[in-house]
Ligand binder design. Structure first.
Ligand SMILES: NC(=O)c1ccc[n+]([C@@H]2O[C@H](COP(=O)([O-])OP(=O)(O)OC[C@H]3O[C@@H](n4cnc5c(N)ncnc54)[C@H](OP(=O)(O)O)[C@@H]3O)[C@@H](O)[C@H]2O)c1
Length: 345
């Protein structure tokens, strides 16, 4: 019988609620504990999701019942708490982006390795069978030689400079919040073209609009060229209402992914549209479980291997490096990354 891993949630925000709901349909694990910076928030959360409550993150990590920790703080706190969780001997599922930048990601992965724990960056779309089928189609040559990947993920956040999305100190902006999905998808598909789990671009050119008040990238685009000749166009933003999609164009046709990221649960919503010779065919993926439940079961499945092939450590490092390059091109350095802000300077 599969062991039911005990999950501890670190942070009680919006996505923690989605994840806790999904844990109810997880086959390999269950919610055991909730950790918040305040007991009040932990207790409020536990009214909907009954579990042991902790009024500090440290207490959650000290709970011997907890096997695996889900980190869902704003991005700048991911590194600190992923490292502390690993040092406490807990397996870790950390929300995307794994960290604020590549250097922090190296430190988190070093901590997972040193403490012999599982670690995965929480890209739930990577764990979904729709993405698996997409990769099979690319590998089978369904649209011939792949030439261009277009990926967009954006939304129009309400104008609140205190919210994590529009706040420099909380790692706001589109590139890290949702551009990371587009980057990871382009690298995944470019890799599939060459029979690799992923590829990193050798060229990246980008522009972006950094808000005068928010001081984060409110919308941004990037063009990538991979070593195998595949090109990608990425568009993202937290102040941009562009439809989210992925389209892959090859020599013989194209594949449209209408719902690439938060994959729908209604029958027929998970689908790929393949167009060849002017004719379109819909490939429906029969999966109605929450993508977050599938993600949690991916953790349960690979926990003893310490990393998952759905989003390996090397893949996360390559993604963070690419996001660093995108931000560098548009001139976005977070205050916390500036020398003057670093301790002991
Ligand atoms: N995979 C997905 O589909 C998905 C979707 C949305 C977000 N995310 C990721 O999940 C993370 C959290 O996003 P969210 O939308 O859930 O954010 P949110 O609603 O703002 O919640 C963040 C939580 O982090 C904790 N926190 C710790 N330090 C904080 C600080 N200094 N300021 C504010 N909150 C702090 C708080 O919990 P306590 O008060 O309990 O400590 C807070 O409720 C982000 O990294 C984001 O990229 C992923």
């Amino acid at each position: 019988m599969t062991r039911r891993f005990k999950w501890g949630l670190l942070g009680t925000g919006a996505i923690a609620r989605t994840f806790a709901t999904a844990l109810r349909e997880c086959n390999t694990g269950e919610l055991a504990a909730i950790g918040s910076r305040s007991m009040e928030a932990a207790e409020r959360f536990a009214r909907d999701f009954p579990a042991t409550v902790h009024g500090t993150y440290e207490e959650l990590l000290a709970n011997p019942e907890v096997d695996v920790v889900y980190i869902s703080t704003p991005h700048p706190m991911h590194a600190e708490w992923a490292i502390k969780a690993a040092e406490a001997g807990k397996h870790v599922l950390c929300e995307k982006p794994l960290t604020l930048n590549h250097a922090e990601a190296v430190a988190v992965i070093d901590a997972a390795r040193a403490n012999d724990v599982f670690l995965m960056e929480a890209f739930m779309y990577r764990c979904h069978p729709q993405t698996e089928r997409l990769i099979e189609l690319i590998r089978e040559g369904a649209i011939g030689e792949v030439r261009l990947i277009q990926a967009t993920f954006s939304f129009l956040a309400g104008w609140n400079l205190e919210s994590r999305l529009l706040n420099n100190r909380l790692g706001g902006g589109g590139i890290l919040d949702v551009g990371c999905y587009c980057t990871s998808m382009a690298r995944l598909i470019a890799g599939a073209v060459s029979g690799q789990p992923f590829l990193d671009p050798d060229e990246l050119k980008a522009v972006g609009q950094i808000g005068g008040e928010s001081r984060v990238d409110e919308f941004a685009v990037a063009s990538l060229k991979f070593p195998n000749g595949v090109l990608a166009q990425l568009a993202t933003g937290v102040r941009l209402s562009l439809e989210s999609f992925v389209r892959i164009s090859g020599e013989d046709g194209n594949i449209l992914v209408p719902s690439p990221w938060v994959i729908g649960r209604q029958p027929g919503e998970a689908k790929l549209i393949v167009t060849r010779d002017g004719r379109s065919e819909e490939i429906v993926i029969n999966e109605t479980r929450s993508p977050f439940a599938i993600e949690a079961d991916t953790v349960g499945h690979y926990i003893h291997a310490k990393q998952s092939p759905k989003m390996s450590w090397a893949d996360s490092l390559g993604n963070m490096k690419t996001l660093d390059r995108w931000r560098e091109q548009i001139g976005l350095i977070y205050d916390s990354e500036k020398m003057a802000e670093l301790p002991n300077q």
